[in-house]
Ligand binder design. Structure first.
Ligand SMILES: Nc1ncnc2c1ncn2[C@@H]1O[C@H](COP(=O)(O)OP(=O)(O)OP(=O)(O)O)[C@@H](O)[C@H]1O
Ligand SMILES: O=C(O)[C@H](O)CO
Length: 534
């Protein structure tokens, strides 16, 4: 994220999306591009810190003051403390402090290096703390790696938690990136040793579940350690999820969720990624003694973990907006994962499937073939929450000429082979364009030609990989149009150079440029399809 903490180059400013606003023009007269931007903006808007916190956290002052979160009420009487760690936590803390008022005694948050300057520069003052805030801010974890500053923040957070009593309430704000911002290696492990292990695991393709299992085993605060430090105070965690399925024990390595990975599981992971021979001695020592801590509290009733923002929430809002614009809308899944090239094939086949209906070619061998290919691909990808059979049934029943919006979210992966500049969303948009181009060349041209298609993919944090863009959008005509500008899509893709491509193509017009959004619920894809005017 830190590489995004720069001003966007002037050339792109013209394409930045204005803040979320109502749509004045008639939906049909608007381009799919405008619709796509509106849906993306709306989806992100609903998971921004302010609306999210205000929905989740209410201070009731009639009678005894109490903090109400869902079905629970916590009595408050100037007994509130706040800690937080994660990429979206500064904005969350600013709103929380406004809500809590004088009941908040003290707070510490660990947030990404450079974030205040960046938010200031972007004019996002509402995400900054007020001048006489009771919350101390520490910026660290440059390049999303734990460092000395994050270590200092973690020890201040631990100290604050350990000083609490049974009368206190600790509000914990958690978002993605929290693992790197809360490093507290279990002695004798040194910060550098822990960093080396996590870096190696990440570079060898470990999943976030595997990575955070190891982080928990090597940390004093992860895997419930923070909640344990705060005991016997009440602990209320408000969590913004950046992991598929919203597993609270994995997001930011679950500092308020008791889980103690077994030594056997950790050693399995280390063996899988061929790390056993390179493990520092201190890590081996801690791993081999990593069994449940018998001194931990027996009941967990002092902890209340609540997911207040997620990819699904963002998709639901996009669905509402798409329906308002007149689209027949379907959320495919909030758990889209897998290699970008395979996910692109899936989306391309789905687009073809919809275009067959829109063109009035609902039945026949062509449709059966696309359906067969889709089922095969979906079985290989095993996307959580994606019921392709039901989705196809719903799409099959559509009247022709109906405008269709398919929405999905999650986090794909890119196997980096080249040394270009890009991100998973831009690469996905470019791959989808290439797949549609290839499909047209092999017989799908007739029915694809009957439809206008827009594919958009963007990171909700506003930054796709190490680039200034959140993502990009593409169409079935993109490859041909690019060729007219002398740009060969396949060459850019083979060098993982999607950002360079989109920056050059139509002078950056297909880049999705939002600037940092201050939130992060992974990525969102929108596919918009409508029959061409005859
Ligand atoms: N040239 C490239 N082309 C495509 N993808 C790339 C490229 N360089 C990096 N990436 C991808 O960008 C991602 C890393 O960027 P980033 O730091 O934004 O990820 P992240 O920390 O997982 O993001 P988030 O905060 O959204 O979870 C990885 O998925 C990586 O494969
Ligand atoms: O911080 C982390 O562990 C990741 O962002 C997943 O939440």
């Amino acid at each position: 994220m830190t590489s995004a903490l720069k001003a966007l180059p002037n050339i792109h400013r013209a394409y930045m999306i204005p803040a979320c606003r109502g749509l004045a023009s008639h939906p049909r007269s608007m381009s799919l591009w405008e619709h796509g931007l509106h849906l993306f903006r709306s989806a992100v808007g609903v998971v921004l810190p302010a609306p999210m916190l205000r929905r989740a956290l209410v201070l009731k002052t009639d009678g005894c003051p109490r903090l109400v979160v869902r079905d629970r009420a916590f009595p408050v009487r100037r007994n509130l403390y706040l800690v937080g760690f994660g990429k979206a936590v500064l904005g969350m803390a600013a709103v929380a402090e406004e809500i809590l008022g004088d009941h908040l005694i003290q707070g510490v948050v660990s947030v990404p290096h450079g974030i205040r300057a960046c938010l200031q520069q972007a004019g996002m003052e509402e995400m900054l703390l007020k001048p006489h805030s009771r919350i101390q801010v520490i910026e660290g974890a440059k390049h999303n790696l734990p460092d000395r500053e994050a270590l200092r923040a973690a020890s201040m957070i631990r100290e604050l938690a350990e000083g609490l009593t049974a009368d206190d309430l600790l509000l914990v704000l958690i978002s993605g990136g929290g693992s790197a911002l809360l490093p507290a290696p279990t002695p004798p492990i040194l910060l550098e040793e822990k960093e080396k292990v996590t870096k190696l695991l990440a570079s060898r393709g470990a999943t976030i579940q595997e990575l955070n299992t190891i982080r928990k085993a090597l940390s004093l605060l992860k895997g419930g350690g923070l909640a344990q430090a705060a005991y016997p105070a009440q602990v209320l965690s408000l969590i913004l999820s950046d992991v598929i399925g919203n597993p609270v024990d994995i997001i930011a390595s679950g500092p308020t969720v008791y889980s103690s990975p077994s030594a056997q599981r950790c050693l399995q992971i280390m063996t899988k990624y061929n790390l056993m021979s390179t493990l520092p001695r201190s890590v081996e020592t801690v791993l081999s003694s990593s069994v449940s801590d018998p001194s931990g509290p027996k009941d967990y009733s002092h902890i209340y973990n609540v997911v207040i923002g997620s990819n699904s929430l963002a998709l639901e809002e996009a669905k509402r907006q798409a329906e308002d614009l007149g689209y027949w809308t379907l959320i495919l899944s909030a758990g889209v994962c897998g290699e970008v090239s395979r996910v692109a094939k899936l989306y391309s086949q789905l687009i073809q499937f919809v275009c067959l209906s829109t063109a009035g070619l609902g039945e026949g061998p062509l449709r059966d073939q696309v359906r067969g290919d889709l089922l095969k691909l979906a079985a290989e990808l095993e996307i959580p929450g994606f019921n392709l059979v039901d989705s196809l049934k719903a799409l099959q029943g559509l009247e022709s000429e109906r405008s269709v919006c398919l929405l999905a979210g999650g986090e794909t992966t890119v196997q980096l082979q080249g040394n270009g500049k890009g991100g998973r969303n831009q690469e996905l948009a470019l791959q989808v364009a290439l797949e549609l181009h290839r499909a047209k060349a092999t017989g799908a041209g007739y029915f694809l030609g009957k439809c206008e298609v827009l594919f958009l993919s963007g990171g909700t944090d506003g930054q796709d990989g190490p680039t200034e863009a959140a993502g990009a959008f593409s169409s079935q005509e993109l490859v041909d149009k690019a060729a007219q500008e002398g740009l060969d899509v396949e060459t850019f893709l083979s060098n993982n150079d999607s950002y360079t491509f989109f920056s050059k193509f139509r002078n950056g017009h297909h880049l999705l440029l939002t600037g940092l959004t201050g939130t992060n619920v992974m990525d969102i894809q929108a596919i918009l399809i409508r029959a061409r005017d005859r």
